[in-house]
Design a protein around this ligand. Structure first.
Ligand code: G1P
Length: 296
């Protein structure tokens, strides 16, 4: 079945970014001149997904405004002869169809996803965690969609992480089937290094069959007292095959302050307009800060 819908989970409090997230949704934090949620919306649109369902919560109106038309601004830009900018602002609203649903209580990622159950209906879909920025996002998602369509099943993006980091992720125990493709046997949300069944960590892209909703409805609060998607996936993997795809390229975690800084610097260095100047600046800065602070 062709996959047409995407869900973007954007309901969290963003506590790792307080105080700014007190009044700015974390998903609107900039990565260069785009809010981080835009990277997921663009990836979904590039992969031909026709409807994006953004799960929000109270205090997230800026996301809706951002993807809406702003006629006054468009007119002002056009009058000033800034046609390229006017087009850019306009195009944002045409990336794909977007609808919004609110999670009324923040009870975990699995609970958030359940709020989209009726909009998704009985068809497979993709799920994006917008904090996770992929170096080759479109390619990764396309490959996941291919695997899912071929096997008619769910596929999750995974990447090996150092043992010291397993407690930050959902971890899968999996049987290797072919290059970069695994069948998932077991999943644990944020295990301690001693409990982790492997070092293959779930990263924020999923292709899911609608059976995930039934599986989630049976989940009881797990890690941090929340309804965890990872626990729902565990139930799903007991009912039908679930695959994992070890993707190519980097994944950046823009959802923590150090990760956001690293993502910003990486994107800036790679940007053809900003990159050369920024590289010179960083090189000079590192030379200066590398110098001894006091001279003897
Ligand atoms: C979520 C998921 C986790 C996954 C991670 C990837 O955790 O619950 O399984 O490994 O995203 O970024 P969070 O980072 O929202 O705590």
């Amino acid at each position: 079945m062709k996959i047409k819908k995407a869900v973007i989970a954007a309901a969290g409090w963003g506590t790792r970014f307080l105080p700014i997230t007190k009044s700015l949704p974390k998903e609107m934090l900039p990565l260069l001149n785009k809010p981080l949620i835009q990277y997921s919306v663009e990836e979904a649109a590039a992969c031909g997904l026709e409807l994006v369902v953004i799960i929000t919560s109270s205090g997230k109106r800026e996301i809706e405004d951002y993807f809406d038309r702003r006629f006054e601004l468009e007119n002002i830009l056009s009058q000033k002869g800034e046609h390229r900018l006017a087009r850019e602002v306009r195009c944002l609203c045409d990336l794909t169809d977007i609808c919004y649903i609110r999670q009324k209580e923040q009870m975990g990622l699995g609970h958030a996803l359940l709020t989209a159950k009726n909009i998704i209906g009985n068809e497979p879909f993709t799920l994006f965690l917008p904090d996770d920025i992929f170096e080759y996002g479109e390619t990764v998602l396309r490959r996941m969609l291919d695997i899912s369509e071929k096997h008619n099943s769910s596929v999750i993006a995974v990447k090996p992480v150092p043992e010291t980091e397993v407690s930050r992720y959902g971890i899968v125990a999996a049987r290797r089937l072919e290059d970069r493709i695994y069948e998932v046997k077991d999943l644990v949300e944020k295990p301690s290094p001693g409990e982790a069944p492997s070092n293959l960590a779930i990263m924020g892209r999923y292709v899911l069959t609608p059976a995930i909703f039934e599986a989630l409805e049976k989940v009881t609060p797990g890690k941090n007292g929340e309804i965890q998607l990872t626990d729902g996936l565990n139930g799903l993997a007991r009912r039908e095959p679930v695959y994992a795809y070890e993707f190519i390229g980097e994944r950046y975690d823009a959802g923590t302050l150090p990760g956001w800084l690293e993502t910003t610097v990486t994107l800036a260095l790679r940007n053809p307009e900003l990159g050369p100047r920024f590289r010179n600046y960083l090189t000079a800065l590192l030379q200066r800060t590398g110098e001894p602070t006091s001279r003897s």
